[in-house]
Design a protein around this ligand. Structure first.
Ligand SMILES: NC(=O)c1ccc[n+]([C@@H]2O[C@H](COP(=O)([O-])OP(=O)(O)OC[C@H]3O[C@@H](n4cnc5c(N)ncnc54)[C@H](OP(=O)(O)O)[C@@H]3O)[C@@H](O)[C@H]2O)c1
Length: 195
């Protein structure tokens, strides 16, 4: 299979590349597309890709006040976690007659909390976008699967010093295995991975 994955330099995306090594992988990373800026993806070819995995994401830090975010912070999180994923999905649908989209959401979409409000907002937006897309006419021949992990041991939490997270027990391989399972079972719509 031909599989495109975003955010493969570390964490879940990196583990996923190892799990899917028998497939032909195309990667979207900061060196070709900096997702914190809005991209038009004009130079990206997503034709003949059996699966698009939207994994890249950023967590700027734990702040519980809206006023502690600069405008650049807000744009960076929303572009990386939400808006560029819409543009990539649109391009994928335009360039393929059918396909399979798997996005990495988060368990934060199962509740509303004020810890890191911009990250939570971006993941809620992403989930709503795909819930709506499932009903759009031009997406009917595309399987859409959401993988929602709880806390995973990755470098994503490096900016959250000072906040005591509950200890994480989920490793990247657990998430990668579940995404591999979703690839083999395209009828699956949602996977919730709590710890
Ligand atoms: N870790 C958790 O507890 C957890 C829980 C639920 C959901 N998730 C989601 O899982 C996904 C993967 O995160 P992770 O935990 O594996 O964290 P990670 O190790 O920090 O990996 C994030 C990936 O996204 C890439 N990325 C971030 N900003 C980018 C940008 N501006 N342009 C291009 N690529 C960018 C990173 O590339 P660089 O190395 O260049 O920054 C990296 O490859 C994210 O969507 C995250 O929200 C994580």
């Amino acid at each position: 299979m031909n599989i495109t994955i975003t955010g493969t330099t570390s964490g879940i995306g990196h583990a996923l590349c190892k799990h899917l090594a028998s497939h032909t992988i195309k990667t979207i990373n900061r060196d070709n597309f900096d997702l914190s800026n809005l991209q038009n993806f004009n130079t990206l070819d997503l034709s003949n890709q059996d699966v698009l995995i939207l994994n890249a994401g950023v967590l700027l830090g734990i702040r519980d006040k809206l006023t502690s975010f600069t405008h650049d912070d807000i744009c960076s999180v929303m572009n990386t976690n939400f808006l560029n994923n819409i543009f990539l999905t649109k391009k994928y649908i335009e360039q393929n007659n059918k396909g399979h989209i798997i996005y990495v959401g988060s368990m934060v979409t199962t509740r509303v909390k004020n810890l890191d409000p911009m990250y939570g907002l971006s993941k809620h937006c992403l989930k709503i976008f795909f819930d709506i897309l499932r009903h759009c006419e031009d997406a009917q021949l595309f399987n859409i699967c959401a993988v929602h992990p709880g806390r995973v041991k990755t470098k994503m939490h490096r900016h959250t010093k000072g906040y005591e997270y509950p200890p994480s027990t989920m490793d990247v391989d657990t998430v990668a295995k579940n995404i591999s399972y979703a690839i083999s079972n395209p009828e699956i719509k949602d996977i919730y991975l709590n710890v």
